[in-house]
Design a protein around this ligand. Structure first.
Ligand code: BES
Ligand code: ZN
Ligand code: MN
Length: 494
């Protein structure tokens, strides 16, 4: 991690070797007030048409004033906070191999300074994340950039915002680490270790339901899916109490299939290539509780990870098996590759019954069909509650993790009929993401619930999501979304 510092002095007098200034489309006159020194060379680039001011555009000049050797101008375009995150990401990518100390100056670009600084810090850390850090021995890249200073045109101190940004970015990168980890290093057993480590570090209560307890509780969906795995299935629950209410405010459930081979309905080689990422929902859930605890948010949050491997083997659950689920419903297994909904169904019902939270949000790389529907540029949102759906959508816009709401009309439920059981786990190809969500809805009785299908956005695929603050691999999607949702709804620390 680089060092982040709030800078109060005169910007041309800092000891940084690089000065970067943010501009907003068509608001270039600002730059003159900041530094008479460089405004002419910048204005020239505008005049000859090189710099157009679109979001993310970056231009670099070599200069020599005091310590400053490089002068960078980056535009947030007309895109508000997302434009700012993109501009900052591009500044960092541009200079990280040359500059050691970078000063990012944020003038009045119609963004509240506290937000601008917090989002800049997040963008920097998300951009510098390197998925090769853990495993590359030889080619490991040291970034030269060590310190970043932030300055604004204001007398206030924004060090608190820097701290907050760091916590949130670290939570995102922590979730990325878990999602990126090879399945052999992050099977259900290792997920438990990871969750325990986190619980210890943050002082959280943790409960792990292993085979015996799962059987006793009748969590037969989790057991069935996990039967083919060499690491036993388990339901991991972490509790964070940030408020003295004695009820639970919010539950976050993350799909944690540490590898999805498809089970006996095995996937093709191509289809399973990226299935180490099928634990991205659970990884995000851990990131969220980490952020909430470190920020000491005044909320009672419980997160649950049904951790399984979906593998073919002699003991695997089989097509046409019938599972008696935790809530008593029977499920006919139409396809063993539709495993996430079975594990989540049990987790949803268990958490609703045993915790009675006010609201439940699940995050899951649930269906390939959501990618067919929305591509890689939106999370599929399904909800039984308009207010919750609306708020999540707004926060998604704010953090740059877009949501698009999908219907749950009763007609879709027809596709899930089974001849022998209450419900089938698959509903055919049409509306595949919707029938998956419809299946889940059968396991939530009367709690405000939102299901987020992150299959298209949890890692960087061929067609996206493409953003300068998304390096290759896991995106950590969901962490910022739900953390900000909680902050907005339940407030900041008291
Ligand atoms: N984990 C997959 C969904 C997935 C596919 C996520 C591709 C990201 C990229 C899920 O468990 C699955 O296999 N779903 C099947 C459902 C089908 C058998 C009804 C799918 O989408 O093909
Ligand atoms: Zn899966
Ligand atoms: Mn599957």
């Amino acid at each position: 991690m680089v060092k982040h510092v709030f800078y109060k002095g005169e910007i041309l007098r800092s000891s940084c070797d690089t000065l970067a200034v943010l501009v907003k489309e068509k608001k270039y006159e600002l730059i003159e007030d900041i530094d008479k020194e460089f405004s002419n060379i910048f204005k020239h680039s505008v005049k000859i048409g090189d710099f157009k001011g679109e979001a993310g555009e970056v231009i670099l000049f070599y200069v020599n004033v005091n310590s400053i050797k490089r002068y960078v101008v980056a535009s947030i375009g007309d895109e508000g906070l997302e434009g700012l995150r993109i501009a900052v990401a591009n500044i960092v990518s541009k200079v990280k191999d040359y500059s050691e100390k970078l000063l990012i100056h944020i003038p009045d670009i119609d963004i509240d300074y506290s937000r601008a600084i917090e989002q800049s810090v997040i963008s920097v850390e998300m951009t510098l994340y390197d998925p090769g850090d853990r495993y590359k021995a030889r080619e490991k890249k040291e970034v030269k950039l060590k310190e970043i200073y932030y300055s604004v045109i204001d007398e206030k101190d924004y060090s608190k915002e820097i701290e907050k940004g760091i916590i949130i970015a670290e939570a995102v990168n922590y979730a990325r680490d878990i999602a990126n980890a090879p399945s052999s290093d992050m099977n259900p057993d290792k997920i438990e270790d990871e969750a325990k480590k986190l619980a210890k570090e943050l002082g959280l209560k943790i409960k792990v339901l292993r085979k015996k307890e799962l059987e006793k509780q009748g969590l037969n969906g989790i057991i069935a899916v996990g039967r083919g795995g060499s690491s036993e299935p388990r339901l991991i629950i972490l509790e964070y109490k940030g408020s003295n209410r004695d009820s639970w405010d919010i539950a976050v459930i993350g799909k944690t299939v540490t590898f999805d081979a498809g089970g006996l309905d095995i996937k093709t080689a191509e289809g399973m290539y990226n299935m180490k990422f099928d634990k991205s929902g659970g990884a995000a859930a851990l990131g969220i509780i980490r952020a909430a605890a470190k920020l000491r948010l005044p909320v009672n949050l419980v997160v649950a990870l049904p951790a399984v491997e979906n593998m073919p083997g002699p003991d695997s659950y089989r097509p046409r098996d019938v599972i008696r689920m935790y809530n008593g419903l029977t499920v006919e297994v139409g396809n063993t590759d539709a495993e996430g909904r079975i594990t989540l169904a049990d987790a949803l019902a268990y958490i609703e019954k045993n915790y009675s939270p006010r609201e439940i949000i699940d995050l899951a790389t649930l269906t390939g069909a959501i990618i067919v529907a929305l591509g890689n540029h939106a999370i599929g949102l399904f909800s039984n509650n308009d207010e919750l759906a609306k708020e999540l959508t707004e926060v998604g816009e704010f953090v740059g993790e877009r949501l698009w709401r999908m219907p749950l009309w009763k007609e879709y439920y027809e596709q899930l009929k089974s001849e022998v059981a209450d419900i089938n786990n698959v509903g055919g190809r049409p509306g595949g993401a919707i029938t998956a969500a419809a299946f889940l809805s059968k396991f939530v009785e009367n709690t405000a619930w939102a299901h987020l299908d992150i299959a298209g956005t949890a890692w960087v695929q061929q067609h996206g999501p493409k953003k300068p603050y998304y390096p290759k691999g896991a995106t950590g999607v969901g962490v910022r979304l739900i953390t900000y949702y909680i902050m907005r709804k339940y407030g900041l620390q008291k």
